[in-house]
Design a protein around this ligand. Structure first.
Ligand code: ARG
Length: 417
């Protein structure tokens, strides 16, 4: 079966070697005109020359967007409100960026009458899933091309030769030993050495955080203020989302806070060792959960913890634009109505600790909680409560005793052997 050809393809373009080679490869193999798309998610790279670079590789057009504000308001804040952290550790920065980039690829494709999108993800990772599921969910009629899954250019040298043969300028960068995916919400670092689970990440792998042993002496304290689950100010200074996250990345990064070294379960079935840095995300999730501890009632707080896990899986699994995310987000948004207030955090070398929390909607009642003067808790009511609360367990014990002869195994349950 011959592969489908396309007339016009919008290609996710970073300016790196893979995506630079993709442009001529797509033209040759699909006979298509190529539009390059680059989104700024706060990766901290200078994108000023990227349009020209894209045109020099043979694209007919280049679109470059600053997506940072949209990334924060439409993706990061919902993830914060949800408490979405994958497998207890990964704040999902890459996973949150993909649906937005894919959404923009689709929008640009439809605007320019293109019939396909293309991305530079490998065939082994989660990112291909996220790009393609998003595209299919938003515009099922668009074709999708993943050159890295198809082409024969299996080494860096082969890619360079391919470009040189065609007179395509290639990025002249020193060969980096690390594969880095960075945005405003964090950074993922991969390299051959770290595929050995026992090997410590090399000191120069870290991009956003200082080694905690080189952190400033002492500590700093900050107060993070939230409105309905969203951080809006630091130390009383109102900040927009991009500024606030950038500020916290710098501050916590200087103290070496937010380093994560984990083994995670990929969607495509394998386990992978991942090294992440997420200084701002670490502080924000920590403070947000703390505020929920005082503003949400027990049942909602605990129920929402289960929803957090499901929401994190939705993000990780690439199904952001599905009906379940919409439904869970409606639930989450409702829980966030009282999540307004301040959290105080002390940051020192490699460590962030909560030292205070307050909210006009706090459910904490000092009169009920105190063990000193002014206690308003009715101790006498505790006895009746426990009598009824324990009733079913008492009944079980009684019945087991009476049926011991008939079912002896039941009698041993819960006993040491
Ligand atoms: N394992 C993470 C994820 O699947 C990070 C992936 C990093 N991506 C990359 N292209 N380097 O979300």
């Amino acid at each position: 079966m011959s592969k489908p050809t396309f007339k016009k393809i919008v290609c996710a373009y970073s300016g790196g070697l893979d995506t630079s080679v993709m442009v001529p490869w797509l033209r040759e193999n699909h006979g298509a005109e190529i539009i390059c798309y680059t989104g700024d998610l706060g990766q901290g790279e200078d994108l000023s020359g990227i349009k020209q670079k894209a045109l020099n590789t043979g694209a007919i057009h280049s679109v470059v967007d600053d997506l940072q504000a949209r990334f924060v308001s439409e993706f990061i804040w919902p993830a914060v409100k949800a408490g979405a952290v994958y497998e207890g550790q990964y704040p999902l920065h890459t996973a949150l960026g993909r649906p937005l980039l894919a959404q923009r690829l689709v929008e640009v494709a439809l605007e320019h009458g293109a019939d396909a999108i293309a991305h530079g993800c490998t065939g082994k990772g989660n990112d291909q899933v996220r790009f393609e599921v998003t595209s299919k969910a938003l515009a099922p009629e668009l074709g999708i091309v993943a050159p890295l899954r198809e082409w024969e250019l299996l080494t860096r040298e082969a890619e360079v030769d391919y470009a040189v043969e065609r007179g395509i300028p290639i990025p002249i960068t020193r060969e980096k030993p690390y594969s880095i995916d960075k945005n405003l919400w964090g950074c993922a670092i991969e390299c051959g050495e770290m595929e050995n689970l026992w090997a410590e990440p090399p000191a120069d792998a870290w991009q956003m955080t200082k080694d905690p042993s080189h952190a400033p002496k002492g500590s700093v304290e900050l107060v993070m203020s939230f409105e309905q689950g969203i951080p809006v100010a630091i130390d009383g200074r109102a900040m927009d989302g991009v500024t606030l996250i950038t500020y916290l990345n710098d501050l916590a990064g200087t103290f070496g806070v937010g380093r994560i070294d984990m083994v995670e379960n990929r969607v495509v079935g394998l386990k992978s060792r991942e090294v992440y840095e997420a200084p701002a995300a670490t502080l924000i999730h920590m403070a947000h959960t703390e505020l929920e501890r005082i503003t949400l009632d027990r049942a909602t707080f605990n129920y929402k913890r289960k929803v957090s896990q499901d929401f994190a899986n939705i993000i990780y699994d690439g199904v952001w634009f599905g009906p379940l995310r919409d439904a869970l987000q409606a639930f989450i948004d409702h829980t966030q109505l009282p999540v307004t207030g301040d959290v105080r955090i002390r940051v020192s070398a490699g460590l962030a600790r909560i030292t205070g929390r307050r909210s006009p909607y706090s459910l904490y009642d000092e009169g009920l909680a105190t063990y000193s003067h002014g206690d308003t808790f009715d101790r006498a009511a505790a006895k009746g409560f426990i009598d009824l609360y324990a009733l079913s367990y008492q009944t079980v014990a009684q019945v087991r005793r009476n049926t011991e002869a008939a079912i002896p195994e039941l009698q041993n349950i819960g006993e040491e052997s």
